[in-house]
Design a protein around this ligand. Sequence first.
Ligand SMILES: Nc1ncnc2c1ncn2[C@@H]1O[C@H](COP(=O)(O)OP(=O)(O)OP(=O)(O)O)[C@@H](O)[C@H]1O
Length: 391
Amino acid sequence: MAAIGFENVGKRYPDGTVAVRDLSFEVAEGELVTLVGPSGCGKTTTMKMVNRLIDPTSGTIRLGGEDIAAADPVQLRRSIGYVIQQVGLFPHRTVLDNAAAVPVLMGRPRREARKRAAELLELVGLDPAVHGPRYPEQLSGGQRQRVGVARALAADPPVLLMDEPFGAVDPVVRERLQTEFLGLQRSLHKTVLFVTHDLEEAVRLGDRMAVYGQGAIEQLDTPSTVLGAPANPYVADFVGADRALKRLSVTSIEPDDLEQPPTVRLDDPAPRAVAAMSAEDVRWSVVLDDAGELHGFVFRDDLEGLGEDGKVRGAARRMEAWVPVGAPLKQAFSVMLQHDAGWVAVLDGARFLGVLTPALLHEALRASIGAAEEGTERARVTVESVSAAAF
Ligand SMILES: Nc1ncnc2c1ncn2[C@@H]1O[C@H](COP(=O)(O)OP(=O)(O)OP(=O)(O)O)[C@@H](O)[C@H]1O
């Protein structure tokens, strides 16, 4: 059974504005569906009809199979998490009490609600001991958004409605909040409707994304399919000509994408490292520390300058350009640019897995686009010719 079901839902405001017409779609349990489209296309109206902040003028909305028209709106709202851009925290209550607000309203003992709230603050990356006693105005914008998410999760609702929750923060914080939220969602499996006007956010977060035209959904499918096979010219235009670039956000780095350059250890004697690099005919090598974790890299020329008694440590340079495996290709590309590096190290936790170069990145991207066009998994696509020229 679908967690949320829309059947021929329409909303005409009293002034005659038709905000949405004849919407029919379903959201599965544990699924995150993003709603994206231009301003005024009806995204917020769609969302607010689910918790009955707005009532539809036609059609039926079901939650867990039950028609919400029959539900008590106040009870309904308490059972649905709601996160909005202007977080709406109570200014005169502490962060901890803000996070505990909904369970308290639902009649749970205050002490129990606060305990849960503290756990949730921790879950969203805030230290309950440090941030819990503060007031909302003593937090940064990003921290306030985190409190908003914690508060929405506090009553453990199966369904979350999120309306531009990360819209008010700068792009760097926004990306971090998205990553954290994705991690959270992987363990919580909430059913989520997420409104955004940011295509990249919709692509990155959605299991599926609904692309809105005026008051109607033009395509509802996985981000890969929407980008790879837009349903009609409107969607193609909306996702834009630079679809390939946007795919950078949805394509994650896999171990198979990586190259394995020679590695040497910090305490290896320089002559031995030089010999190993000569044997492989490479000019540089990745340097690992005793624990096998990334330290940086070293040039063969520099090692040769150290003499017979030298150790790799004497010429090794630190490497800051790294990304975790599973991160989007876009992150690898941006780290490369930021460090002006010809490669980035890819780590699994602290463990060094390999490196990604611009050519490999291009190859992974091409494979991903090819897979979307064919509707197959990326692993099954082979790339015949690659060139770094596009970078
Ligand atoms: N209370 C209202 N009375 C009349 N028209 C309204 C009302 N609320 C929204 N509308 C109109 O309904 C349409 C859809 O609005 P809605 O807020 O759902 O769009 P949206 O896609 O969420 O837009 P945005 O991205 O700008 O928030 C718009 O034309 C809007 O002007």
